[in-house]
Design a protein. Structure first.
Length: 105
């Protein structure tokens, strides 16, 4: 997963920079990604995910055609995602959770 992991991180950070999102924490696992980001209120969570997943899926499929045999349909990402805002859970708790993802595997 090494090269693909690095490229996915680059693409997510590129998307964040273009759209003025702040990537606070990012952990990429073999089967999922955790990201803590900040965005202007004009961006809904669904729009943020559309921007991140749409562009990165297209680029990953172009750059790594060997993945095609593992994909269903035309998307690199699964259809769903989980979004939560900071409220009951503090930012520091979420940051620590994301930072410790690599330690759990």
């Amino acid at each position: 997963m090494g090269n693909i992991k690095v490229r996915i991180e680059e693409l997510i950070r590129e998307c964040a920079e273009i759209n003025s999102f702040g990537i606070e924490e990012l952990a990429i696992q073999p089967d999922h990604i955790h990201v803590l980001l900040s965005a202007k209120p004009r961006y809904s969570p669904s729009k943020i995910m559309q921007l991140v997943k749409g562009g990165s899926s297209r680029r990953i499929r172009e750059e790594y055609p060997e993945l095609k045999e593992f994909l269903w349909g035309d998307s690199f990402w699964a259809d769903g995602y989980f979004v939560s805002t900071l409220s009951a859970v503090t930012e520091s708790i979420i940051r620590e959770y994301i930072k410790n993802q690599d330690k759990e595997r």
